[in-house]
Design a protein around this ligand. Structure first.
Ligand SMILES: [Zn+2]
Length: 120
């Protein structure tokens, strides 16, 4: 089986097998390996998850070595997977309008906004 030599920040060079590495490719608009592409592995010596940026050359080398690939159409798809949903943007809440903002501004300009907040 192919062996992959990678670098752990704590342990230096480590040898891995292809299934131990995951290549995450974010496609650039031109179809090449884009910004945000990474490869990662669990270091066999210290158990740290190591994530490193992957450029076109690294992605080519790893995919030729039969490393499993997760592919994303663009960076937003990847972020959707990595980030929790935004807590301040519930899908079914009404949008903040310019009028709401003006009301808030006028409320905060008064002296009693904190008391009113506590009372609400
Ligand atoms: Zn390590």
């Amino acid at each position: 089986m192919t062996r992959i030599r990678a670098n752990c920040p704590g342990c230096g060079e480590v040898d891995l097998t292809p299934p131990e590495v995951t290549l995450r490719i974010v496609r650039a608009p031109d179809g090449l390996v884009g910004e945000g592409s990474t490869y990662r592995f669990l270091c066999p010596d210290c158990d740290e998850l190591v994530t490193k940026p992957a450029d076109e050359r690294i992605a080519q080398l790893l995919s030729n070595g039969d490393v499993p690939i997760e592919e994303f159409g663009d960076i937003d798809q990847l972020l959707e997977l990595l980030l929790p949903p935004h807590p301040e943007a519930p899908a079914d809440a009404p949008r903040l309008t310019a009028d709401d903002l003006l009301d808030l501004h006028e409320l905060l300009a008064g002296d009693d906004w904190f008391e009113r907040l506590l009372a609400s």
